[in-house]
Design a protein around this ligand. Structure first.
Ligand SMILES: Nc1nc2c(ncn2[C@@H]2O[C@H](COP(=O)(O)OP(=O)(O)OP(=O)(O)O)[C@@H](O)[C@H]2O)c(=O)[nH]1
Ligand SMILES: [Mg+2]
Length: 325
């Protein structure tokens, strides 16, 4: 199951306390202080793992605790540090505390310490000075950080596919990548984002995200709502998919743009491509030349016959490489 939000509690380990102790050996009546220091508490660490695609596991386990540091002991033995706890999360997960972003793991293997373990307290051996040769002082270990964190997965894709339900987004993804999304003739077939990678012969590859269909009023919760739009917030370019059989393609495009604008208008600043889908369903597609009043490239495609797909992939590659240079 695809889950893109979780709220969890993390507790870093407390530091171990220092020890107050004096050497006791045969023939040494007044041994010096030998109380060791406490060990540091374990940290709570997040690590991005490319094999994970959902925050599902956090539905079942919501509390994570790292080990505490051991207390110091006599004979100058310092306590062992508590083990860190490493929590694996999908690449693209944003970590928030009180609404503020404290981490954004965008690369496989990237790590952040989300809650620091407490420092160990010093034992009495650390307090020896020229004026006090036999201190009894020792410190309590510091408490580890405790936090309530929100995890939000925003999938990382180069290209985001947006369109009304049934416009052919998932079919396109299945044709240009090896992804096998669910495809059906009814609306809202796609219930969560699907990702696929386009591998081009000239070593360019890019990731495409297919998200659930949008409808007018999505921003106020209609259909599946606009909550999946966050998954295209980080895309570099957008493909607007509009069916060739639509009565008014321009109107459809404006409606889609409006729903996106109401969610986050900055998304619309990205380079766009308009893909007119299912051109196999109309007679004389060459005569279909709608005016969108924009410089946005318009590409007519059919995922059924394959027409226009190469051009679409080339245009995406060009836009992506221009963006890089
Ligand atoms: N004739 C024709 N049918 C197509 C084409 N592309 C998709 N379809 C059909 O259109 C229907 C919807 O396709 P999907 O790919 O599931 O559409 P979607 O945009 O992902 O739909 P949602 O997930 O509901 O938003 C399916 O019955 C597909 O077989 C095409 O190029 N030509
Ligand atoms: Mg779909």
């Amino acid at each position: 199951m695809f889950i893109d939000y979780a709220k969890i509690k993390v507790n870093a380990g407390d530091g171990g306390s220092g020890c107050s102790s004096f050497r006791r050996e045969k023939y040494v009546p007044f041994g010096g202080p030998d109380g060791g220091n406490g060990g540091k508490g374990g940290d709570v660490i997040f690590r991005a793992d490319a094999n994970l695609t959902t925050l599902m596991d956090f539905r079942y386990k919501r509390s994570y605790k790292a080990k505490r540091g051991e207390h110091g002991k006599g004979k100058n033995k310092n306590g062992k540090s508590g083990d860190d706890i490493i929590i694996n999360i999908p690449v693209g997960t944003v970590i928030k505390e009180n609404g503020n972003i404290i981490g954004d793991l965008t690369e496989n293997g990237q790590k952040i310490i989300a809650a620091k373990g407490g420092k160990g307290g010093r034992g009495n051996a650390s307090f020896v000075s020229s004026t006090d040769r036999a201190p009894t002082r020792w410190e309590v270990g510091k408490e580890g950080e405790n936090k309530i964190l929100e995890l939000e997965l925003k999938v990382l894709a180069d290209v985001g596919l947006v369109g009304f339900p049934n416009s052919g987004k998932s079919t396109l993804l299945s044709k240009i990548t090896a992804a096998k999304p669910k495809i059906a003739e009814y609306p809202f077939t796609t219930l969560h984002p699907n990702l696929g990678t386009v591998e081009k012969k000239d070593f360019i590859s890019f990731v495409v995200a297919d998200i659930p269909g949008l409808i007018e009023g999505a921003h106020s919760g209609k259909g599946l709502g606009d909550k999946f739009l966050k998954h295209i917030e980080r895309a570099k370019i957008l493909i607007f998919m509009i069916e060739a059989i639509s009565k008014d393609l321009h109107h459809d495009y404006m409606k889609l743009k409006n729903e996106i604008k109401l969610f986050n208008k900055e998304i619309l600043d990205k380079p766009k491509i308009i893909a007119i889908s299912k051109i196999d369903l109309i007679k004389n597609p060459e005569n279909l030349n709608p005016d969108f009043n924009e410089k946005t490239p318009i590409i007519k495609i059919s995922s059924l016959t394959g027409k226009g797909l190469d051009r679409l992939v080339d245009t995406i590659s060009d836009l992506l490489s221009n963006r890089v240079s």
